[in-house]
Design a protein around this ligand. Structure first.
Ligand code: SF4
Length: 348
């Protein structure tokens, strides 16, 4: 039997029952694949269902505001994915009558869509024989063919895409790609692959040479940079002082409480007092730390303390910031740990 036959036989017996597999709607596959980038399947399920209930088609999503879209994405992180998805469906509505195009080259040109996502959509929704190479496939093929080159290198990715294409069947290419996704999440997992129950163990060179645990080869991981932050919770007339982050960069456009980065061991109370006066025009007395969170992004680690601040006067010039009530909090997309604080304040 060929690799494809063995894999597909296993898949038809063991495929995961996932909400986005109910039909072969290209838009739904697109949404699920974008959500699944950097996020676990179990975590995505709830978000996906809420999203599809609210935005069942590209046309409905295209009409939504960015703020609402970010709110539905809140908690998934990497918000540029949501913005790109919105821009992508708007393009699909403007250029393709609301239908995701079948040609993977055209899909690939949509905002935020890379080779992997284009391959997944084209193969699963339209049965096109296109590889979808993600971290799962790189890991599985490194082990299957005992490849010792760094999987972060383009040359290795090209080599694996070539191998994948060669082994891809003419019929059911979408099932083949999905079978690899399932094998990667259930059997050929990152640590301690379950080779004894793997449908491909008789073909696997890494397993035969007992080096499967050492593969794939990756570059050394860099530690995220620690960023010390202090945020002020300023309440005045039943409203909190908040601001929207800049339109570009980390957590772009999300809401936060006034925040300052502390460098070189600066005192949080003095920095907050200064920032709240100079940037927000508010005179405050910084009090006790009320919340403290560590939030890890891919390259940064926020160590953020939230201080309750007593409002004294607001005579300065408000360069930025707005006053928002607790009832408005639930309609605002919040930046990372600020969301936890907003929820806690709204529930208290
Ligand atoms: S035999 Fe082991 S290493 Fe090889 S593909 Fe299967 S699970 Fe992965």
């Amino acid at each position: 039997m060929t690799l494809a036959t063995q894999l597909l036989d296993w898949y038809y017996e063991n495929a995961r029952d996932l909400p986005w597999r109910q039909d072969k709607d290209a838009y739904k596959i697109w949404v699920s694949e974008i959500m699944l980038q950097q996020t676990r399947v179990e975590a995505v399920k709830g978000y996906y269902q809420r999203w599809i209930d609210r935005f069942p088609t590209p046309a409905v999503l295209a009409e939504a505001s960015e703020q609402e879209v970010l709110q539905y994405w809140q908690g998934l992180g990497y918000y540029s994915r949501a913005r790109n998805l919105l821009a992508g469906v708007r393009e699909v509505c403007a250029a393709y009558g609301g239908e995701v195009p079948e040609d993977e080259q055209l899909i690939r040109q949509l905002p935020g869509v890379g080779d992997y996502t284009a391959g997944a959509i084209a193969s699963i929704a339209y049965n096109r024989r296109v590889p979808a190479v993600d971290g799962n496939v790189l890991r599985i093929f490194s082990r299957l063919f005992c490849l010792e080159s760094d999987i972060s290198k383009q040359a290795t990715k090209r080599e694996i895409a070539g191998l994948l294409h060669r082994h891809m069947p003419d019929s059911s290419p979408g099932d083949f790609n999905q079978a690899l996704m399932d094998l990667g999440s259930m059997i050929c997992i990152p640590r301690r692959p379950r080779c004894q129950v793997c449908p491909l163990s008789n073909l696997c060179e890494g397993y035969a040479r007992e080096v499967q645990d050492t593969l794939p080869v990756r570059p050394a991981k860099k530690e995220p940079v620690l960023v010390q932050l202090a945020a002020g919770l300023v309440l005045q007339d039943g409203k909190y002082l908040v601001r929207q982050r800049p339109a570009k960069g980390l957590l772009a456009g999300m809401w936060e409480f006034p925040t300052v980065e502390l460098t070189g061991g600066q005192a949080a109370d003095r920095c907050l007092t200064a920032v709240l006066w100079h940037e927000f025009g508010q005179e405050v007395d910084v009090g006790e730390e009320q919340f403290h969170y560590i939030h890890i992004f891919s390259h940064r680690k926020w160590d953020i303390s939230f201080f309750s601040c007593q409002w004294l006067s607001g005579n300065g010039v408000m360069k930025e910031g707005q006053w928002r009530s607790l009832t408005e909090f639930s309609n605002m997309p919040w930046a990372g740990p600020h969301h936890k604080v907003a929820l806690a304040l709204a529930e208290s």
